[in-house]
Write a protein that binds this ligand. Structure first.
Ligand SMILES: [Zn+2]
Length: 118
């Protein structure tokens, strides 16, 4: 492990550091939604968190079966909605990311086109 994560507050408070690290280890420090590799860079490491597949707010259990490694952006996109399964949650998050990417690409290409015209 290139970065000792236990020295940083990377894990959401509801899960203890030890519990969180177990989940991150199990999932190889990769976001289970988008695949972001938490070991690739320091910045990526800072993004890693642990997600409750069924949110705590919806009585999701603090059970390894309900916990996945997750980057903060995916965690935010997923929100507290309840999904039928992890796969459904993942499909939702990836579709949202795709939509955001499209908007971002349109916006940045407009900006680029404008600056090219000047
Ligand atoms: Zn992610």
């Amino acid at each position: 492990m290139p970065l000792h994560l236990s020295t940083l507050n990377l894990v959401a408070a509801p899960v203890s550091l030890q519990e969180g690290l177990k989940i991150l280890e199990r999932d190889d420090y990769k976001c289970r939604y988008c695949g972001l590799d938490g070991r690739a860079t320091f910045d990526n490491a800072l993004m890693m968190s642990v997600d409750f597949v069924v949110p705590r707010a919806r009585k999701g259990k603090k059970d390894p079966a309900n916990l996945v490694a997750c980057c903060r952006p995916c965690n935010m996109i997923k929100g507290t909605k309840v999904y039928k399964s992890f796969d459904e949650a993942r499909a939702f998050v990836l579709a949202q990311r795709q939509g955001l990417r499209k908007k971002w690409e349109e916006k940045t290409s407009t900006t680029r086109a404008k600056s090219a015209a000047n």
